[in-house]
Ligand binder design. Sequence first.
Ligand SMILES: NC(=O)c1ccc[n+]([C@@H]2O[C@H](COP(=O)([O-])OP(=O)(O)OC[C@H]3O[C@@H](n4cnc5c(N)ncnc54)[C@H](OP(=O)(O)O)[C@@H]3O)[C@@H](O)[C@H]2O)c1
Length: 163
Amino acid sequence: MKAIVAVDQNWGIGCQGKLLAHIPEDLNYFKSKTLGKVIVMGRETLETLPGGRPLAGRTNIVLSGNAKYEALCSVCCSVEAALELMRTYNDDEIFIIGGEQIYTQFLPYCDEVYVTKIQAAFVCDKHFPNLDQMGDWKQSDESTVGEHNGLKYQFTKYIRRME
Ligand SMILES: NC(=O)c1ccc[n+]([C@@H]2O[C@H](COP(=O)([O-])OP(=O)(O)OC[C@H]3O[C@@H](n4cnc5c(N)ncnc54)[C@H](OP(=O)(O)O)[C@@H]3O)[C@@H](O)[C@H]2O)c1
């Protein structure tokens, strides 16, 4: 499976339940990667989506520890239950889309991470694990630098090192 995330220069991903920046090209990039695929997210992230609703055109899976939590998509109460459900899909089609708790718990199962790097330092209360400090990951691709409202960003890809 893969993860997809937008980080600032300190691997921050969010603050007070919100994303760090609104970069239209990044939203389009996210859409192009995930459309028609399976996306896995935490209950907090689901509730930040427009109307608190699952994203259209994708199979949405949400994790909540609340067995009674109701959403307009599949809800799993544990990592194990989510992995069990994910086994019914092609591993290549599964994207972990956040937030911090879900990235942290599913990163060990990922072999690729699409990282949009925003060249700024925001005040953040949520982070993605710093892949540059983890010996088992290496950056394999990076795009040219884009810019929106003075904010520079790059699309990069990390892959798990093969020993
Ligand atoms: N920059 C990016 O690319 C990006 C992407 C996504 C999100 N974000 C940001 O990340 C922040 C949200 O991250 P977060 O860590 O607070 O929340 P989260 O990971 O989206 O969701 C956390 C919730 O998921 C459920 N959960 C977590 N682990 C579970 C497990 N093992 N079993 C069952 N349920 C589990 C719990 O729900 P219950 O409380 O219902 O039990 C928990 O409260 C926001 O600021 C958002 O904007 C950024």
